[in-house]
Design a binder for this molecule. Structure first.
Ligand SMILES: [Zn+2]
Ligand SMILES: [Zn+2]
Length: 170
């Protein structure tokens, strides 16, 4: 069971795409809860970004086989990194993905809604993979390949490679 937790304004299109694709990849029930507020204390004014680890703590832990996936339309950082696409808490069975840097508009490029949704799915599957005990994979086509940049994200699939598929505990 995967529970999607949107922070404030996350579009219907994103939520629907995640429901369809996560069901396909994990063969797990995918539900969602109403949007929750982004707490002000997670904002770092000096950086103009939100602290990914703080926002992750706002999410409840997944109970039993449940996995929690937070989705936030704000730019995230963790200490010592300029930004992150997402973070995961494997012990608490929860993860978080950030949407702004998945948009072509972030790089002053024309919008591409279907590319944006595909990137969103890849990040979601990747972070949920971490909650299933997976580490980064050396196969650049595997969804568990580490994305240093969007070019990495765009060249990988939204599915696990056969090795990761057999290792994941979900
Ligand atoms: Zn990762
Ligand atoms: Zn892999």
């Amino acid at each position: 069971m995967i529970t999607l937790v949107p922070f404030e304004r996350v579009t219907h299109a994103v939520m629907e795409e995640l429901k369809v694709r996560l069901l396909e990849v994990f063969a797990a029930e995918v539900g969602s809860v109403p949007p929750i507020v982004i707490p002000l204390w997670t904002y770092e004014p000096l950086r103009g970004q939100y602290n990914a680890h703080s926002l992750l703590q706002v999410l409840q832990e997944g109970k039993g086989h449940e996995r929690i996936l937070g989705i936030v339309d704000r730019d995230l950082f963790v200490p010592r990194l300029n930004f992150v696409f997402g973070v995961a808490d494997p012990v608490g069975h929860r993860a978080l993905i950030a949407l702004p840097r998945l948009q072509q508009g972030f790089y002053n490029l024309p919008p591409d809604p279907s590319l944006f949704l595909l990137r969103t799915v890849k990040e979601a599957v990747h972070e949920l993979g971490h909650t299933g005990g997976l580490e980064h994979c050396p196969d650049p086509r595997c969804v568990m390949y580490f994305s240093n940049s969007l070019a990495d994200t765009d060249q990988k699939d939204y599915q696990f490679c056969p090795r990761c598929r057999t290792k994941i505990t979900f």
